[in-house]
Design a protein around this ligand. Structure first.
Ligand SMILES: Cc1cc2nc3c(=O)[nH]c(=O)nc-3n(C[C@H](O)[C@H](O)[C@H](O)COP(=O)(O)OP(=O)(O)OC[C@H]3O[C@@H](n4cnc5c(N)ncnc54)[C@H](O)[C@@H]3O)c2cc1C
Length: 381
């Protein structure tokens, strides 16, 4: 844990000329901070809110091997993400674990043998490093499922999962580093700045969101890891990019975990090719998520009545025990940053947009922008 006080860290952020300043302490920014600190760089990590206060507090915490990419037969992506997932399971012992999932086909959905074949292909593309998938007619969670909708059994397969939570995952990257020249400041927004050709250095104008005080920091290079705010930050600094973000809001509802619910369930919806998860997480089961296109980050971080109605509708269709709004003990809401071309305007269901990660280097200045991505991709840094 960093033993310097916040005041000392703030002073250090103004005194030192950093090698790299990272804007945004979500999963992307925090894992990059860890990587660069480990290589001995002087790094400044800044977040306008608390660490992991953006999308990285709202995920399903799954470390996927790229299953979604099979829909488009993007074999290269599946191979890369599987490798990345398996490295995380192997190397981040205690923070990422192996996790069995049960895919529950819809009674009127895709042919389940075709689905099982797809899981076999997925397993083969990960070089058989995970457990072999298997179709099971009955299993311990069968009594939790509404058999009128899902009476074809379940396909057991293995992925990775964060231990504890996504916020804890982010904090663990940050708190590993406490040497001089490694400064992580929360509640500090990057408001403006400019690049000096003469000094070969960025000046960042900072505001402490707790006290309102202004300060400056200097860094040879900046990496924009501001997630759904990345386009806005690029705009503040006059950085142009061939990409931008499309935003997809995702909400989970938490209810008291049912007795015997140990393995996460993934229900096939048969609509829009989507799924509905029922994830055991400590004392609760997370139900969801929603997938709704929104125009701005501000629109997305608050759950709406329609989100809750959608989540309850599917809970009551997929689960054997009725769920009412009074059963909901928590709501987790985030916005997925999805990378699209700069001139992209189409109105598609967000699930059809890629969840890939894109790193873009500015042609004229030492500035990098990150787009999209997922937990698995953070290991690619
Ligand atoms: C419902 C849902 C479920 C998901 N499930 C999964 C999953 O199971 N597996 C998976 O791999 N991915 C999942 N994702 C996606 C994953 O959560 C995101 O891709 C990831 O959290 C994005 O991290 P990030 O670091 O890019 O962005 P963020 O976590 O949003 O971090 C960006 C940070 O930048 C800060 N910031 C912005 N502007 C400024 C500024 N001017 N100055 C300083 N700081 C600034 C923000 O405060 C924020 O903390 C899910 C997403 C959602 C919404």
């Amino acid at each position: 844990m960093n033993s310097r006080s916040r005041e000392e860290l703030r002073e250090e952020s103004s005194d030192i000329r950093f090698d790299v300043a990272i804007i945004g302490a979500g999963i992307n920014g925090a894992s990059l901070y860890h990587e660069l600190c480990g290589r001995g760089y002087r790094v400044l990590l800044l977040d306008k809110g608390d660490f992991a206060c953006g999308t990285s507090q709202a995920s399903a915490m799954m470390v996927w091997g790229g299953l979604l990419y099979l829909r488009n037969f993007d074999i290269k992506a599946v191979v890369e993400f599987s490798l990345s997932r398996d490295r995380m399971i192997e190397r981040l012992d205690g923070r990422v674990r192996k996790q069995s999932f049960r895919y529950i086909p819809d009674s009127k959905g895709r042919n389940r043998w075709m689905t099982l074949s797809a899981f076999y292909l997925y397993w083969i593309l990960s070089s058989l490093r995970r457990e072999q998938p298997s179709l099971q007619r009955s299993f311990p969670e069968s009594n939790l499922i509404n058999l009128a909708e899902h009476n074809l059994g379940g396909i057991l397969f293995e992925e990775g999962m964060l231990n504890s939570s996504d916020c804890r995952f982010v904090l663990d990257w940050i708190t590993k580093h406490s040497s001089e020249g490694q400064v992580a400041l929360n509640h500090t927004s990057v408001e403006d700045g400019a690049f000096s050709k003469q000094d070969k250095c960025w000046r960042l104008d900072l505001r402490d969101q707790l006290t309102g005080e202004e300060s400056h920091a200097r860094a040879a290079c900046v990496v924009n890891c501001a997630g759904v705010w990345a386009d806005r930050v690029n705009g503040q600094f006059g950085i142009e990019s061939p990409y931008k973000h499309a935003f997809s809001k995702g909400v989970f509802a938490g209810i008291k975990k049912a007795t015997g619910h140990e393995v996460p369930l993934i229900f096939e919806l048969g609509e829009l090719d989507d799924t509905y998860l029922c994830l055991p997480w400590g004392p609760v089961s997370l139900l969801g998520p929603t997938e709704t296109a929104v125009d701005t980050p501000e629109e997305g971080f608050a759950p709406e009545k329609e989100d809750v109605e959608y989540l309850l509708h599917h809970a009551n269709r997929r689960l054997s025990t009725p769920v009412e709004s009074s059963d909901i003990t928590m709501l987790r809401t985030g916005i997925r940053p999805l990378v699209v071309e700069r001139d992209y305007e189409a109105d598609v269901y967000p699930l059809d947009l890629s969840r890939r990660f894109q790193l873009v280097a500015d042609e004229a200045k030492p500035w990098f922008s990150t787009y999209g991505g997922k937990i698995t991709g953070c290991a690619l840094f």
